[in-house]
Design a protein around this ligand. Structure first.
Ligand SMILES: *[C@@H]1O[C@H](CO)[C@@H](O)[C@H](O)[C@H]1NC(C)=O
Length: 430
Protein backbone atom coordinates (compact mmCIF):
# COMPACT_ATOMS: atom_id res chain seq x y z
CA UNK A 1 0.00 0.00 0.00
CA UNK A 2 2.99 2.27 0.38
CA UNK A 3 6.38 1.97 -1.21
CA UNK A 4 8.81 4.80 -1.46
CA UNK A 5 12.53 5.34 -1.15
CA UNK A 6 13.30 7.27 2.01
CA UNK A 7 16.99 7.78 1.44
CA UNK A 8 19.87 6.57 3.59
CA UNK A 9 19.51 3.45 5.74
CA UNK A 10 17.65 3.92 9.00
CA UNK A 11 16.03 2.11 11.88
CA UNK A 12 12.46 2.64 13.04
CA UNK A 13 12.42 3.62 16.67
CA UNK A 14 8.71 4.19 17.15
CA UNK A 15 5.51 4.13 15.16
CA UNK A 16 1.81 4.66 15.74
CA UNK A 17 -1.34 4.12 13.77
CA UNK A 18 -4.20 6.60 14.04
CA UNK A 19 -7.60 7.27 12.60
CA UNK A 20 -8.74 10.88 12.39
CA UNK A 21 -11.83 12.05 10.52
CA UNK A 22 -12.00 9.15 8.10
CA UNK A 23 -8.30 9.34 7.43
CA UNK A 24 -5.97 6.58 8.44
CA UNK A 25 -2.37 7.55 9.16
CA UNK A 26 0.79 5.85 10.23
CA UNK A 27 3.41 8.01 11.87
CA UNK A 28 6.94 6.65 12.04
CA UNK A 29 10.04 7.91 13.76
CA UNK A 30 13.19 6.87 11.96
CA UNK A 31 16.74 7.28 13.11
CA UNK A 32 19.89 7.76 11.06
CA UNK A 33 23.45 8.66 11.81
CA UNK A 34 24.59 11.14 9.18
CA UNK A 35 27.84 12.71 8.22
CA UNK A 36 28.19 16.35 8.98
CA UNK A 37 29.21 18.03 5.75
CA UNK A 38 29.78 21.59 6.85
CA UNK A 39 30.75 21.53 10.48
CA UNK A 40 34.12 19.88 10.90
CA UNK A 41 34.42 20.17 14.63
CA UNK A 42 33.03 17.52 16.95
CA UNK A 43 32.58 13.92 15.92
CA UNK A 44 31.75 14.77 12.32
CA UNK A 45 28.41 13.00 12.65
CA UNK A 46 24.97 13.92 13.84
CA UNK A 47 21.86 12.00 14.70
CA UNK A 48 18.84 12.64 12.55
CA UNK A 49 15.34 11.73 13.66
CA UNK A 50 12.84 11.86 10.86
CA UNK A 51 9.15 11.96 11.63
CA UNK A 52 7.20 10.72 8.64
CA UNK A 53 3.42 10.49 8.43
CA UNK A 54 1.76 8.55 5.66
CA UNK A 55 -2.02 8.79 5.25
CA UNK A 56 -4.92 7.60 3.19
CA UNK A 57 -8.45 8.95 3.10
CA UNK A 58 -10.95 6.17 3.60
CA UNK A 59 -13.27 7.31 0.81
CA UNK A 60 -10.98 7.62 -2.17
CA UNK A 61 -9.43 4.25 -2.70
CA UNK A 62 -6.04 5.80 -3.38
CA UNK A 63 -2.70 4.73 -2.03
CA UNK A 64 -1.05 5.95 1.11
CA UNK A 65 1.12 8.99 0.60
CA UNK A 66 3.48 11.04 2.71
CA UNK A 67 1.51 13.88 4.28
CA UNK A 68 4.08 15.23 6.72
CA UNK A 69 7.80 14.96 6.99
CA UNK A 70 9.96 16.71 9.56
CA UNK A 71 13.52 16.22 10.66
CA UNK A 72 15.12 16.78 14.02
CA UNK A 73 18.84 16.84 14.55
CA UNK A 74 20.90 16.23 17.62
CA UNK A 75 24.34 15.17 18.70
CA UNK A 76 23.54 12.04 20.67
CA UNK A 77 21.45 8.97 20.03
CA UNK A 78 18.27 9.43 22.07
CA UNK A 79 17.56 7.05 24.94
CA UNK A 80 13.88 7.34 24.27
CA UNK A 81 11.88 8.89 21.46
CA UNK A 82 8.17 8.39 20.90
CA UNK A 83 5.25 9.96 19.07
CA UNK A 84 2.18 10.86 21.10
CA UNK A 85 -0.87 8.65 20.48
CA UNK A 86 -2.79 11.51 18.82
CA UNK A 87 0.14 12.26 16.54
CA UNK A 88 0.41 15.84 17.76
CA UNK A 89 3.74 15.75 19.51
CA UNK A 90 6.93 13.97 20.26
CA UNK A 91 8.95 13.23 23.39
CA UNK A 92 12.67 12.62 23.48
CA UNK A 93 15.03 11.66 26.29
CA UNK A 94 18.62 12.39 25.27
CA UNK A 95 21.96 13.71 26.45
CA UNK A 96 22.17 16.38 23.77
CA UNK A 97 19.36 18.59 22.63
CA UNK A 98 17.40 18.01 19.44
CA UNK A 99 16.08 20.68 17.10
CA UNK A 100 13.85 20.65 14.10
CA UNK A 101 15.57 21.52 10.85
CA UNK A 102 13.99 22.45 7.57
CA UNK A 103 13.34 19.71 5.06
CA UNK A 104 13.21 20.09 1.27
CA UNK A 105 16.03 22.52 1.35
CA UNK A 106 18.93 22.03 -0.97
CA UNK A 107 22.51 22.44 0.04
CA UNK A 108 22.80 25.93 -1.40
CA UNK A 109 20.02 27.26 0.76
CA UNK A 110 21.54 25.43 3.63
CA UNK A 111 24.81 27.21 3.16
CA UNK A 112 23.16 30.58 2.84
CA UNK A 113 21.42 30.03 6.08
CA UNK A 114 24.65 29.07 7.76
CA UNK A 115 26.32 32.18 6.47
CA UNK A 116 23.59 34.46 7.66
CA UNK A 117 23.87 32.97 11.09
CA UNK A 118 27.54 33.82 11.20
CA UNK A 119 27.30 37.39 9.89
CA UNK A 120 24.76 38.29 12.48
CA UNK A 121 24.12 41.96 13.12
CA UNK A 122 25.45 43.14 16.40
CA UNK A 123 22.66 43.51 18.96
CA UNK A 124 21.55 47.06 19.76
CA UNK A 125 22.27 46.44 23.41
CA UNK A 126 23.58 43.81 25.80
CA UNK A 127 22.07 43.20 29.17
CA UNK A 128 22.82 41.15 32.23
CA UNK A 129 21.23 40.71 35.60
CA UNK A 130 21.86 39.74 39.17
CA UNK A 131 19.28 38.97 41.83
CA UNK A 132 18.81 42.68 42.53
CA UNK A 133 19.70 44.66 39.43
CA UNK A 134 20.07 44.79 35.67
CA UNK A 135 22.84 46.35 33.63
CA UNK A 136 22.15 47.43 30.08
CA UNK A 137 25.02 48.40 27.81
CA UNK A 138 24.42 50.31 24.59
CA UNK A 139 27.16 51.06 22.12
CA UNK A 140 27.15 54.76 21.20
CA UNK A 141 28.58 56.52 18.15
CA UNK A 142 32.09 57.84 18.71
CA UNK A 143 32.49 61.05 20.68
CA UNK A 144 29.01 60.95 22.13
CA UNK A 145 28.62 63.22 25.14
CA UNK A 146 26.32 63.25 28.10
CA UNK A 147 24.09 65.84 26.51
CA UNK A 148 23.32 63.57 23.56
CA UNK A 149 21.72 60.97 25.79
CA UNK A 150 18.41 61.11 27.48
CA UNK A 151 17.15 58.22 29.58
CA UNK A 152 13.72 58.26 31.14
CA UNK A 153 12.97 55.78 33.95
CA UNK A 154 9.37 55.02 34.90
CA UNK A 155 8.23 52.34 37.35
CA UNK A 156 7.74 49.88 34.52
CA UNK A 157 8.80 51.65 31.37
CA UNK A 158 12.06 52.82 29.92
CA UNK A 159 12.83 55.29 27.14
CA UNK A 160 16.35 55.78 25.81
CA UNK A 161 17.01 58.63 23.34
CA UNK A 162 20.21 59.50 21.51
CA UNK A 163 19.94 63.06 20.24
CA UNK A 164 16.60 62.97 18.38
CA UNK A 165 16.74 59.30 17.77
CA UNK A 166 14.82 56.82 19.84
CA UNK A 167 17.03 53.85 20.74
CA UNK A 168 14.74 51.83 22.92
CA UNK A 169 11.34 52.45 24.36
CA UNK A 170 8.85 50.12 25.94
CA UNK A 171 7.36 48.29 28.85
CA UNK A 172 9.85 46.55 31.11
CA UNK A 173 9.40 42.89 31.91
CA UNK A 174 8.85 43.76 35.57
CA UNK A 175 8.88 46.84 37.80
CA UNK A 176 12.01 48.75 38.75
CA UNK A 177 12.86 51.21 41.46
CA UNK A 178 12.88 54.05 38.95
CA UNK A 179 14.21 56.62 41.39
CA UNK A 180 17.35 54.60 42.17
CA UNK A 181 18.07 53.64 38.56
CA UNK A 182 20.98 55.49 36.95
CA UNK A 183 23.11 55.71 33.82
CA UNK A 184 26.63 56.76 32.86
CA UNK A 185 28.71 57.05 29.70
CA UNK A 186 31.84 54.93 29.83
CA UNK A 187 35.13 55.90 28.22
CA UNK A 188 34.76 53.32 25.48
CA UNK A 189 31.69 55.05 24.03
CA UNK A 190 29.18 52.90 25.74
CA UNK A 191 26.15 53.87 27.70
CA UNK A 192 25.67 51.84 30.84
CA UNK A 193 22.28 51.82 32.51
CA UNK A 194 21.64 50.33 35.97
CA UNK A 195 18.13 49.31 36.82
CA UNK A 196 17.20 48.22 40.33
CA UNK A 197 14.69 45.38 40.42
CA UNK A 198 11.57 45.89 42.51
CA UNK A 199 11.10 42.14 42.85
CA UNK A 200 14.45 40.94 44.08
CA UNK A 201 15.35 37.49 42.92
CA UNK A 202 13.02 37.50 39.95
CA UNK A 203 14.83 36.41 36.82
CA UNK A 204 13.86 38.45 33.81
CA UNK A 205 13.63 36.44 30.58
CA UNK A 206 13.57 39.68 28.57
CA UNK A 207 14.27 43.32 29.29
CA UNK A 208 11.64 45.17 27.30
CA UNK A 209 8.54 43.15 26.57
CA UNK A 210 8.64 41.87 23.00
CA UNK A 211 11.94 43.56 22.14
CA UNK A 212 14.43 41.33 20.33
CA UNK A 213 17.23 43.83 19.66
CA UNK A 214 19.18 43.02 22.79
CA UNK A 215 21.27 40.10 23.87
CA UNK A 216 21.29 38.65 27.35
CA UNK A 217 24.76 37.96 28.72
CA UNK A 218 25.03 35.21 31.25
CA UNK A 219 28.11 34.77 33.32
CA UNK A 220 29.20 31.34 34.32
CA UNK A 221 28.18 31.76 37.94
CA UNK A 222 24.69 32.55 36.81
CA UNK A 223 24.64 29.60 34.46
CA UNK A 224 25.64 27.36 37.31
CA UNK A 225 22.93 28.86 39.48
CA UNK A 226 20.34 28.18 36.82
CA UNK A 227 21.60 24.65 36.44
CA UNK A 228 21.33 24.12 40.16
CA UNK A 229 17.85 25.51 40.24
CA UNK A 230 16.78 23.17 37.49
CA UNK A 231 18.33 20.20 39.24
CA UNK A 232 16.53 21.04 42.41
CA UNK A 233 13.24 21.38 40.66
CA UNK A 234 13.51 18.17 38.80
CA UNK A 235 15.21 15.73 41.12
CA UNK A 236 12.31 15.38 43.53
CA UNK A 237 9.50 15.25 41.09
CA UNK A 238 9.55 14.88 37.39
CA UNK A 239 8.25 18.37 36.78
CA UNK A 240 4.63 17.39 37.21
CA UNK A 241 3.38 20.88 36.55
CA UNK A 242 5.43 22.48 33.85
CA UNK A 243 2.95 25.18 33.02
CA UNK A 244 2.39 26.59 36.47
CA UNK A 245 3.52 30.09 37.41
CA UNK A 246 7.11 29.00 37.84
CA UNK A 247 8.10 27.40 34.56
CA UNK A 248 11.00 25.38 35.91
CA UNK A 249 12.95 25.01 32.76
CA UNK A 250 12.96 27.11 29.73
CA UNK A 251 14.39 25.59 26.62
CA UNK A 252 16.40 28.69 25.89
CA UNK A 253 18.09 28.63 29.25
CA UNK A 254 19.02 25.03 28.74
CA UNK A 255 20.62 25.72 25.41
CA UNK A 256 22.55 28.66 26.75
CA UNK A 257 23.84 26.53 29.56
CA UNK A 258 24.30 23.40 27.51
CA UNK A 259 27.73 22.78 28.87
CA UNK A 260 26.45 22.18 32.37
CA UNK A 261 24.21 19.37 31.30
CA UNK A 262 26.71 17.25 29.46
CA UNK A 263 26.58 14.52 32.05
CA UNK A 264 22.83 14.41 32.42
CA UNK A 265 19.99 13.95 30.04
CA UNK A 266 16.84 15.92 29.39
CA UNK A 267 13.31 15.02 28.53
CA UNK A 268 11.88 17.29 25.84
CA UNK A 269 8.44 17.50 24.35
CA UNK A 270 8.05 18.95 20.86
CA UNK A 271 4.87 20.21 19.32
CA UNK A 272 4.21 18.65 15.93
CA UNK A 273 2.66 21.67 14.28
CA UNK A 274 4.80 24.53 15.59
CA UNK A 275 7.90 22.31 15.71
CA UNK A 276 8.85 24.06 18.94
CA UNK A 277 9.92 22.65 22.28
CA UNK A 278 7.04 22.98 24.71
CA UNK A 279 8.56 21.25 27.76
CA UNK A 280 12.10 20.55 28.90
CA UNK A 281 12.85 18.57 32.02
CA UNK A 282 16.43 18.14 33.10
CA UNK A 283 16.72 14.59 34.38
CA UNK A 284 19.82 15.37 36.40
CA UNK A 285 21.10 12.27 38.08
CA UNK A 286 17.99 10.29 37.18
CA UNK A 287 19.70 7.95 34.79
CA UNK A 288 17.60 6.50 32.00
CA UNK A 289 17.32 2.71 32.29
CA UNK A 290 14.86 1.34 29.74
CA UNK A 291 11.43 1.80 28.20
CA UNK A 292 8.45 -0.50 28.00
CA UNK A 293 4.96 -0.47 26.53
CA UNK A 294 2.50 -0.95 29.37
CA UNK A 295 -0.68 0.18 27.63
CA UNK A 296 -0.63 0.05 23.83
CA UNK A 297 -3.02 3.02 23.71
CA UNK A 298 -0.45 5.20 25.48
CA UNK A 299 3.12 6.15 24.76
CA UNK A 300 5.83 3.76 25.92
CA UNK A 301 6.85 4.26 29.57
CA UNK A 302 10.40 5.03 30.54
CA UNK A 303 12.19 3.84 33.62
CA UNK A 304 14.57 6.17 35.46
CA UNK A 305 16.87 5.60 38.34
CA UNK A 306 15.81 7.53 41.43
CA UNK A 307 18.48 7.00 44.03
CA UNK A 308 18.49 3.27 44.86
CA UNK A 309 15.16 2.57 43.22
CA UNK A 310 13.96 2.57 39.65
CA UNK A 311 10.71 4.35 38.83
CA UNK A 312 8.53 3.78 35.83
CA UNK A 313 6.94 6.88 34.25
CA UNK A 314 3.98 6.88 31.90
CA UNK A 315 3.74 9.96 29.65
CA UNK A 316 0.21 11.33 29.15
CA UNK A 317 0.47 13.90 26.40
CA UNK A 318 -3.16 14.92 26.69
CA UNK A 319 -3.02 15.77 30.39
CA UNK A 320 -1.33 19.14 30.49
CA UNK A 321 -0.99 19.26 34.26
CA UNK A 322 -0.15 15.61 34.75
CA UNK A 323 2.01 14.85 31.81
CA UNK A 324 4.20 12.24 33.47
CA UNK A 325 2.65 9.76 35.83
CA UNK A 326 4.66 7.57 38.17
CA UNK A 327 3.09 4.14 37.73
CA UNK A 328 5.46 1.63 39.31
CA UNK A 329 8.56 1.30 41.45
CA UNK A 330 11.22 -1.36 41.35
CA UNK A 331 12.76 -1.25 44.79
CA UNK A 332 16.55 -1.27 44.87
CA UNK A 333 16.76 -1.89 41.12
CA UNK A 334 18.60 1.39 40.61
CA UNK A 335 21.23 0.12 42.96
CA UNK A 336 21.61 -3.47 41.85
CA UNK A 337 21.74 -2.70 38.14
CA UNK A 338 24.62 -0.27 38.68
CA UNK A 339 26.95 -3.13 39.59
CA UNK A 340 26.18 -5.03 36.38
CA UNK A 341 28.97 -3.66 34.23
CA UNK A 342 28.31 -5.88 31.26
CA UNK A 343 24.61 -5.19 30.95
CA UNK A 344 23.34 -4.97 27.43
CA UNK A 345 19.53 -4.94 27.47
CA UNK A 346 17.06 -4.00 30.15
CA UNK A 347 13.33 -4.74 30.26
CA UNK A 348 10.36 -5.26 32.54
CA UNK A 349 7.05 -7.09 32.36
CA UNK A 350 4.17 -4.88 31.21
CA UNK A 351 2.42 -5.65 34.52
CA UNK A 352 5.63 -4.73 36.42
CA UNK A 353 5.82 -8.13 38.10
CA UNK A 354 9.53 -8.31 37.34
CA UNK A 355 12.40 -6.46 35.72
CA UNK A 356 15.22 -8.19 33.91
CA UNK A 357 18.54 -7.42 32.33
CA UNK A 358 20.98 -9.40 30.31
CA UNK A 359 24.69 -9.17 29.75
CA UNK A 360 26.36 -9.37 26.36
CA UNK A 361 26.80 -13.12 26.77
CA UNK A 362 24.91 -15.85 28.60
CA UNK A 363 23.65 -14.29 31.79
CA UNK A 364 20.13 -13.01 32.41
CA UNK A 365 19.17 -11.46 35.77
CA UNK A 366 15.55 -11.41 36.88
CA UNK A 367 14.38 -9.12 39.67
CA UNK A 368 10.92 -9.95 40.96
CA UNK A 369 8.66 -7.56 42.79
CA UNK A 370 8.35 -8.33 46.50
CA UNK A 371 5.62 -10.82 47.30
CA UNK A 372 4.08 -11.53 50.71
CA UNK A 373 5.67 -14.52 52.42
CA UNK A 374 3.61 -17.56 53.21
CA UNK A 375 5.99 -18.72 55.95
CA UNK A 376 7.25 -16.58 58.80
CA UNK A 377 10.75 -15.27 58.33
CA UNK A 378 12.89 -13.18 60.64
CA UNK A 379 15.72 -10.89 59.74
CA UNK A 380 18.55 -12.41 61.78
CA UNK A 381 20.46 -9.22 62.42
CA UNK A 382 17.59 -7.04 63.46
CA UNK A 383 15.26 -9.72 64.66
CA UNK A 384 12.30 -8.14 62.91
CA UNK A 385 9.63 -9.94 61.01
CA UNK A 386 10.13 -9.97 57.27
CA UNK A 387 6.79 -9.81 55.53
CA UNK A 388 7.92 -9.55 51.96
CA UNK A 389 10.72 -10.94 49.94
CA UNK A 390 11.96 -9.78 46.57
CA UNK A 391 13.54 -12.63 44.66
CA UNK A 392 16.45 -12.30 42.33
CA UNK A 393 17.29 -15.03 39.90
CA UNK A 394 20.01 -15.67 37.38
CA UNK A 395 19.50 -17.67 34.22
CA UNK A 396 22.52 -18.86 32.32
CA UNK A 397 21.99 -19.57 28.64
CA UNK A 398 23.68 -22.63 27.23
CA UNK A 399 25.49 -20.77 24.52
CA UNK A 400 28.36 -18.38 24.05
CA UNK A 401 26.74 -16.53 21.16
CA UNK A 402 26.22 -12.82 21.69
CA UNK A 403 22.78 -11.68 22.77
CA UNK A 404 21.09 -9.53 20.13
CA UNK A 405 17.59 -8.98 21.45
CA UNK A 406 15.66 -9.00 24.68
CA UNK A 407 11.90 -8.72 25.22
CA UNK A 408 9.78 -9.27 28.31
CA UNK A 409 6.12 -10.26 28.50
CA UNK A 410 4.19 -10.92 31.70
CA UNK A 411 4.93 -14.63 31.45
CA UNK A 412 8.17 -14.97 29.53
CA UNK A 413 11.46 -13.46 28.59
CA UNK A 414 12.58 -13.75 24.98
CA UNK A 415 16.32 -13.71 24.46
CA UNK A 416 17.68 -13.68 20.93
CA UNK A 417 21.25 -14.68 20.19
CA UNK A 418 22.95 -14.93 16.81
CA UNK A 419 21.80 -18.54 16.47
CA UNK A 420 18.89 -19.13 18.85
CA UNK A 421 15.81 -17.67 20.40
CA UNK A 422 15.57 -18.60 24.08
CA UNK A 423 12.32 -18.48 26.01
CA UNK A 424 12.58 -18.16 29.76
CA UNK A 425 9.41 -18.87 31.66
CA UNK A 426 9.26 -16.31 34.46
CA UNK A 427 5.64 -16.46 35.60
CA UNK A 428 3.35 -19.40 35.22
CA UNK A 429 0.29 -18.88 33.11
CA UNK A 430 -3.02 -18.97 34.88
C1 LIG B 1 1.62 -10.45 35.86
O1 LIG B 1 1.33 -11.46 34.92
C2 LIG B 1 1.70 -12.78 35.34
C3 LIG B 1 1.42 -13.72 34.20
O2 LIG B 1 0.13 -13.57 33.69
C4 LIG B 1 0.93 -13.17 36.60
O3 LIG B 1 1.34 -14.45 37.02
C5 LIG B 1 1.23 -12.14 37.67
O4 LIG B 1 0.45 -12.42 38.82
C6 LIG B 1 0.91 -10.74 37.17
N1 LIG B 1 1.37 -9.81 38.19
C7 LIG B 1 0.72 -8.71 38.51
C8 LIG B 1 1.36 -7.87 39.55
O5 LIG B 1 -0.32 -8.40 37.97
Amino acid sequence: MFNEELGDPFIIIHSISLLKAEEHSIAILILRIEKEELDMKGSGFYVSLEWVTISKKNKDGKKYEITKRDILRGKSVPNYAAIEPNGNGLMIVSYKSFKFVQVDQDLEENMNEDMSEKIQVEPLYYWQQTEDDLTVTVRLPENSVKEDVHVQFLPDHINIMLRDCQLLKGKLYSSIDHESSTWIIKENNSLEIFLIKKNEGLTWPELVVGDKQGELIRDSAQCAAIAERLMHLTSEELNPNPDKEKPPCNAQELEECDIFFEESSSLCRFDGSTLKTTHVVNLGSNQYLFSVVVDPKEMPCFCLRHDVDALLWQPHSSKQDDMWEHIATFNALGYVQASKRDKKFFACAPNYSYAALCECLRRVFIYRQPTPMSTVLYNRKEGRHVGQVAKQQVASLETNDPILGFQATNERLFVLTTKNLFLIKVNTEN
